[in-house]
Write a protein that binds this ligand. Structure first.
Ligand code: PMP
Length: 434
């Protein structure tokens, strides 16, 4: 018998009457997979509970932030104590200093500035890169998502090394005409645009390891090559770790490449895990570059709720609890799930490839390897929709889109993982039949 979703369906109808598409971020509407989006009433550990009382193992983890699982008692206690002291003062506070110190200690950045979303972080990093270098052109990769920043909602123009066109109505051509969009993992394309436009390029921005077209890891040495190419041309290398930061590893993606190979990005953006489930994000980097930011320098940037005491308290509590043991646990659980997913799909005869970086992974329903957005686009949307719904019926909540990372947490215990393992063969057969 299918799960009862009457309460979610009713809420969805009410939501659609007052909110475009019934949601406040498009992918939540299940547009890519069809069906009724589940309205979640509460969450604890690895589990979500919807308004009909159905429980699901959560493999989205709020799209990354919930590294410790939902409603972690120590995070809740820290937040409750902070709330009792008032919710926002618009002054500097101690938790901001402590969270900044923690981020500086764990990552490559020397100075950090807090904002409220990943979008704000990348938007501000680009403004700072332009202000610092006195140049205007920004290079990005197709399939890398950096939030809904006008200049970055850009699609490749016709042919390599031509300037981009708007990726959505509402973005003026003037906002993307200084953006160059290249295929990911393509060194020759990077060489070519730097050869042609090097003295105009303010920065190259990339996801430290793309997770927004599914997980497409940088080929060995690719990030080092990007950092070196930028340095050679006087451009800044901006590593977007909004998703990978404090998630792929203790030190993010940089812990897996830069820290090992001995290089640093000029600027880094963070979000998700560092906000502990609250709206907090950050950008940071070289002290001399960050010194160009107001009030120290001339590049303007500000925010009413930036560094909010509740959000920074939640982030600090989360990072302090995110020990090596946490990453070991999440990595092991991810390994079990991704291996079982690959086995189930192989047994059902479904073409697939599973790719990962650190504790993050995703499943493409196409033969691999997936090196860039063009490869990722070959994943079977119909196969994924069938797979997704078969998992959902068996109480596993996957991302409702084929191009997303699957996230686990330190709360994904044996019961949660075995619920996923039990569901996978059914879902693989559903994908095969789609
Ligand atoms: N950069 C990356 C790599 C992201 O994954 C995201 C969000 N998925 C963003 C930026 C934008 O963050 P936000 O949704 O908080 O604006």
């Amino acid at each position: 018998m299918p799960l009862d979703t009457a309460a979610s369906a009713e809420l969805f109808e009410r939501a659609r009457a007052v909110t475009p598409g019934g949601v406040n971020s498009p992918v939540r509407a299940f547009n890519a997979v069809g069906g009724t989006p589940r309205f979640i009433r509460s969450a604890a550990g690895a589990w979500l509970t919807d308004h009909d009382g159905n429980e699901y193992v959560d493999l989205i983890c709020s799209w990354g932030p919930m590294l410790l699982g939902h409603a972690h008692p120590e995070v809740l206690a820290a937040v409750q104590a902070a709330v009792a002291r008032g919710t926002s003062y618009g002054t500097p506070t101690e938790p901001e200093v402590e969270l900044a110190e923690e981020i500086v200690a764990r990552t490559s950045v020397e100075r950090v500035r807090f904002v409220s979303s990943g979008t704000e972080a990348t938007m501000s990093a680009i403004r700072l890169a332009r202000g610092f270098t006195g140049r205007d052109v920004v290079v990005k990769f197709a399939g890398c998502y950096h939030g809904h920043v006008d200049a970055l909602l850009a699609s490749a123009g016709s042919g390599l090394a031509t300037f981009a066109v708007p990726g959505t109505p509402g973005v003026p051509a003037s906002s993307t005409e200084l953006t160059l969009v290249l295929p990911y993992n393509d060194r020759a394309a990077v060489e070519k645009v730097f050869a042609e436009h090097g003295d105009r390029i303010a920065c190259l921005i990339t996801e430290a390891a793309p997770g927004n077209m599914g997980v497409v890891p940088p080929e060995p040495g690719f990030n080092a090559f990007l950092a070196e190419t930028c340095a050679r041309h006087g451009a800044l290398f901006v590593s977007d770790e909004v998703m990978t930061g404090f998630r792929a590893s203790r030190q993010g993606q940089w812990g897996l490449d830069g820290a090992v190979e001995g290089w640093r990005p000029d600027l880094v953006t963070f979000g998700k895990v560092m906000g502990g489930g609250f709206p907090a994000a950050a950008f940071g980097g070289r002290a001399d570059v960050m010194g160009h930011l107001a009030p120290e320098g001339p590049v303007y940037q500000a925010g009413t709720l930036s560094g909010n005491p509740i959000a920074t308290t939640a982030g600090l509590a989360t990072l302090r609890l995110a020990t090596d043991e946490v990453y070991d646990h999440v990595g092991r659980a991810a390994e079990v799930v991704k291996t079982a997913a690959a086995e189930a799909l192989a047994a059902a005869g479904v073409p697939h490839t599973v790719q990962s970086t650190g504790t993050m992974f995703s499943v493409f329903l196409t033969e691999g390897p997936v090196r860039d957005f063009e490869d990722a686009s070959r994943t079977s949307a119909a196969g994924y929709a069938a797979f997704f719904h078969a998992m959902l019926e068996r109480h596993v909540y996957l991302p409702p889109s084929a191009y997303e990372t699957w996230f686990l947490s330190s709360a994904h215990d044996d019961r949660a993982v075995s619920t996923v393992l039990d569901a996978l063969p059914h879902a693989a057969r559903a994908a095969a039949a789609a």
